[in-house]
Design a protein around this ligand. Structure first.
Ligand code: GLY
Length: 474
């Protein structure tokens, strides 16, 4: 088979959406996904990168695979590999690989250093302080609430926490307990919480702004509305139950997830705001890195708060990759050849690229491993678990996928094949997020209806999804 061979490194739905985008290129013959999941084998041209039956995960074995298979281009999805220097290792071995080097991935790897950097180059960020001593953090929290009784704080683990490391606090008590839970006990984000970024909570509209850059030119992507909270705003009972089962004393805190759904195009990101964000935030960030000798290559997205009538953008966080599940609604709309775009990133010729997008709407819903009172399988366990983003059961048989309409995309997040008790091949859950269903249509209403109509055909023990994705935007 002639054509390029691609290796996409990602375990989740985003990886499958990226692989799918490469597979649509006429220039691409094969797409390997590592470690991937069962869904990676269900797309045309795509297969798992394996050593026998074993999924490849470690950077050295992935490099060996890329050499052995004569991979033309590797694309890295998740922040962990980027922070661990996968791009550095591959580049030094002469491989063509898309993604920022570890020096640039620090933008996501350290919330504290990033805020300091942005402040230094004049990119607007909320007032904030960094702490590695919990006692100093407590003193700051108490002083903040004494001096600003009507305001609140957001407390973030400095390191990587699978997109869940940010706690929006609604009181002094919650802020103090969050400092305790992150830094002292039970250290909910592990060593990512050795240091914290404590920022003043801004009020406005949250926006995830996506872009792609070769280190010199930066182009905005189509954007997506995201849904970070585990539960819809009217699911107070579920929120309280979740927290009770998770041992969180802040019973009303609707927990953050990596994302529960989304849709694209974004409903209120217009050209004027796009231009402003490019001017005040995106270009200065890439330029600021460049002036410090760091060339950022790859995708990036800025978590922003848009404040007031003037729509002033502030950076809450930076992510050095595509979002999951945002990629699942943005990439199906990309008409530009993904392989050609990646080549332009590596060749430094992004200034010659014009991105083109379909006019369709895409809306996705994530089916997650929710609360299970008692596992149906006694070998798995029998205590009640709150479900994603907390403790959850896996290894649940998934049924109904064959009933999904052909024009609905199903990107798998956490699935694997196994055998059922009769020895038949069966798809099982392996993670918190399990499947992302993408409905597509000429407008959001059609895309939404398709996604919700089809997700009802799928089932696994504990399956849960938000019912309000896209609600209020039709
Ligand atoms: N959807 C948020 C993330 O990918 O971190």
């Amino acid at each position: 088979m002639s054509g390029a061979k691609i290796l996409v490194v990602d375990a989740g739905g985003r990886g499958n959406a990226i692989a799918h985008a490469f597979a649509r290129s006429d220039q691409v013959a094969e797409v390997y996904v590592a470690p991937g999941n069962a869904g990676s084998t269900m797309m045309e041209k795509c297969r798992l990168a394996q050593d026998g039956q074993r999924a490849l995960k470690d950077i050295p074995e992935l490099l060996e695979f890329a050499r052995e298979k004569e991979i033309d281009l590797t694309f890295v999805g998740p922040e962990g590999y980027l922070s661990d220097g996968m791009v550095n290792v591959f580049q030094e071995a002469g491989q063509r690989i898309v993604g920022p080097r570890s020096e640039a991935a620090i933008l996501e790897g350290s919330k504290c250093r990033t805020k300091d950097f942005l402040k230094e180059i004049g990119v607007p960020v909320p007032p904030h302080q960094n702490f590695d001593d919990p006692e100093k953090a407590r003193i700051y929290v108490n002083r903040f609430y004494d001096e600003n009784p009507s305001q609140n704080l957001v407390i973030k683990a400095d390191g990587l926490a699978a997109g869940k490391g940010s706690v929006v606090c609604s009181s002094r008590e919650e802020a103090l307990s969050t400092v305790e839970r992150i830094m002292v006990s039970p250290r909910i984000f592990g060593s990512a919480g050795d240091r914290i970024d404590v920022e003043t909570r801004l009020h406005g509209r949250e926006l995830m702004f996506f872009a792609v850059t070769d280190g010199k030119t930066i182009l905005p992507l189509e954007s997506a509305m995201d849904y970070k909270n585990a539960f819809a705003s009217d699911e107070e009972v579920a929120v309280r139950l979740f927290n009770r089962l998770s041992g969180n004393p802040n019973l009303d805190n609707n927990p953050n997830t990596g994302g529960m759904g989304g849709f694209s195009p974004h409903p209120w990101l217009d050209q004027e705001l796009t231009d402003r964000i490019m001017e005040q935030i995106a270009r200065p960030t890439i330029q600021g890195l460049r002036e410090r000798g760091i060339e950022y290559t790859g995708f990036i997205y800025f978590g922003l708060m848009i404040v007031g009538q003037e729509k002033d953008p502030y950076v809450l966080e930076i992510n050095v990759r595509l979002g999951d599940p945002e990629a699942e609604v943005i990439l199906p709309r990309l008409q530009t050849d993904m392989y050609a775009l990646s080549q332009a990133l590596l060749d430094g010729t992004l200034d010659q690229v014009r991105l083109s997008w379909s006019n369709e709407s895409c809306l996705c819903i994530c089916a997650v491993s929710g609360r299970v009172v008692k596992s149906l399988s006694s070998s798995v366990g029998d205590e009640e678990r709150p479900g994603y983003p907390g403790a959850h059961y896996t290894n649940m048989p998934i049924r109904g996928l064959k009933k999904v309409d052909r024009d609905v995309l199903v990107y798998h997040n956490g699935t694997a094949y196994g055998t059922d008790s009769a020895g038949r091949k069966q798809l099982f859950t392996t993670g918190g997020r399990v499947l992302t269903l993408v409905g597509r249509g000429e407008d959001l209403a059609i895309a939404r209806e398709k996604a919700y109509d089809n997700i009802k055909r799928i089932r696994f023990n504990g399956m849960r999804y938000r019912k309000d994705i896209g609600q209020g935007y039709i």
